[in-house]
Design a protein around this ligand. Structure first.
Ligand SMILES: [Zn+2]
Ligand SMILES: [Zn+2]
Length: 370
């Protein structure tokens, strides 16, 4: 094996440098992952432009690869060995707290970079920490004893496995958080990789009506939404979205509204509140806006609306997302539109942000591609 590892390091806002790190010496309770694919999502766009920490970071938090070296304790503890292909959750778990006991590693303090300066989370933790390789935009990644890993079946390609994160978010948010199930009616706002993954989760769960909204430049994505099982699509720039939802539902509104937009301000939440049924609908919100001036709290409580927060996924949702991919029931490979190598990390993130490239939905970073 090489003695140096090539990685793309974020050194400041919107700045990437290729650096070499010494190959780490793997301890008895650790392992080394050869990274095959690192998926890029909207969070990377934000974290790249406005880093949350100043220290250098190897980004890449949706990672798939093959274990190429594993210490004996790691093998005993994880039940995984050299040659196994795995999806790596970006959360690194303590395995002792109440959340870890439930498989809700996303809530563990060990991985919460907001409250814990020494947190471990792939794509967020500084490469100045021991073992350095804490992100997927690198040829190899270090796996400690407490990495959260999922085996990837042989019939799921590396690129498809790169969609595990948005798909598990889809399952977590739509099914577990918002209760989408048999005969549910749903509006999904935003037809990016996250919105399209919600379409699949809702369809599989039995939703009877799926309406997807987007903008004029989302035409191709809205078409894909129909191919994945949406019943109606709405262009919010050229149509009155609320009027369309009410027309489609015979004036009733829908059970659940899922906000999967980026950079759309307050509009998706305001539309969501109006598009929900008369009573007891559920609204999934993102946390993009720090504050919400003139929030229509009265209308929200009068309609008895429940608000849920979009916040990652638990272990169970990831296992189901992988099973969904392996079932081949939906043409999810159509989401994987663009691939870039390590030297093009900057371009790859900009492509996800809509600055470059045509028809971008999901972008795969392939560290071994030239
Ligand atoms: Zn992500
Ligand atoms: Zn924990």
């Amino acid at each position: 094996m090489a003695d140096q590892v090539l990685a793309a390091v974020r050194t400041g806002p919107s700045r990437t440098e290729l650096r070499e790190f010494p190959m780490p010496a793997i301890p008895a309770d650790g392992a080394l992952l050869k990274v095959e694919v690192a998926g890029i999502c909207g969070t990377d766009v934000k974290m790249y432009a406005h880093p949350v920490i100043e220290a250098p970071v190897i980004m890449g938090h949706e990672n798939v690869g093959v274990i190429v070296e594993a210490g004996p304790q790691f093998v005993a503890r994880q039940g995984l060995r050299e040659g196994d292909r795995v999806f790596v959750e970006h959360y690194v778990a303590c395995y002792r707290c109440e959340w870890c006991r439930l498989g809700e590693y996303r809530h563990c303090e060990l991985t919460d970079w907001r409250t814990n300066p020494d947190a471990r989370r792939y794509g967020y933790t500084s490469c100045e920490n021991p073992y350095h390789l804490w992100g997927g935009f690198a040829q190899y990644m270090y796996l400690p004893w407490n990495a959260v890993l999922h085996r990837v079946p042989d019939n799921v390609s590396d690129e498809e496995a790169g969609i595990v994160t948005p798909l598990s978010n889809g399952i977590e948010w739509a099914l577990y958080d918002c209760g989408v199930g048999f005969m549910s009616t749903v509006v999904i706002q935003g037809p990016g990789q996250q919105g399209l993954s919600q379409v699949v989760a809702c369809k599989q769960a039995g939703a009877s009506l799926i309406i997807v909204t987007g903008t004029a430049r989302d035409a191709a994505r809205l078409e894909l939404a129909m191919m994945l099982g949406a019943d109606h699509v709405v262009d919010v720039q050229n149509e009155d979205a609320l009027a369309r939802v009410l027309e489609i539902t015979g004036g009733k509104g829908v059970d659940v509204v899922l906000d999967c937009t980026a950079g759309a301000g307050a509009a998706p939440v305001l539309l969501g509140i109006d598009a929900l049924k008369r009573r007891a609908g559920t609204l999934l919100v993102q946390g993009e806006l720090a504050a919400f001036p003139d929030f229509p709290l009265k209308k929200l409580t009068e309609k008895a609306i429940t608000i849920k927060s979009a916040r990652g996924h638990g272990y169970r949702a990831v296992e189901l997302a992988i099973a969904q991919l392996a079932s081949k029931r939906f043409p999810l490979h159509l989401l994987t539109t663009h691939e870039y190598g390590l030297k093009d990390v900057d371009t790859a993130i900009r492509a996800v942000g809509g600055e470059v490239g045509d028809g971008v939905i999901h972008v795969s970073l392939l560290p071994w591609q030239e």
